[in-house]
Design a protein around this ligand. Sequence first.
Ligand SMILES: [Zn+2]
Length: 174
Amino acid sequence: MDLPGPDCWLNPLVRVGRSAIDGEGLVATAPIARGEVLSRLGGRLVTDAELRDLLTEAARTGTCVDTLSLHTDQNLVLPAGAPQHAGNHGCDPNTWWVDPCLVVARRDIIAGEELTLDYATITDDPEFAVECSCGSASCRGRVTGADWRLPHLQAAYGPHWVPVLTERIAVPEP
Ligand SMILES: [Zn+2]
């Protein structure tokens, strides 16, 4: 794969705004067609051990680390202040991955609609877990780093996971 660049890019039709889900979110300012590129992530690559240190330090200082799993023992850490930080999880998201660092519209999006991404498609961290009240009919209530094992999610998302999870789904563990 191409290595991610140092910075994130956000489609100019998307801005950070008030979220119906939680605090701030990413909101479409105009209609966006299915398949349109919304976001390209960049940052720096760290190992799992380096990421654990960053998360420990962030917990100590009350800051936040935006990260996703790319490959085994390889994680992307977004630059501080990236607008993608505001992106919220949704259990029936309107965006998904088409490439390790590229997010596109999963369906047509109307102006004013909030963009969501299923966090389960982002991380292979078995300790990751957040409560969810996204309001979708298929809300799981709790999102975890093990949700990629759920057959109905594998069927719904096809190849639209971060690479490490796409690989795991394609080659089940013995
Ligand atoms: Zn939900």
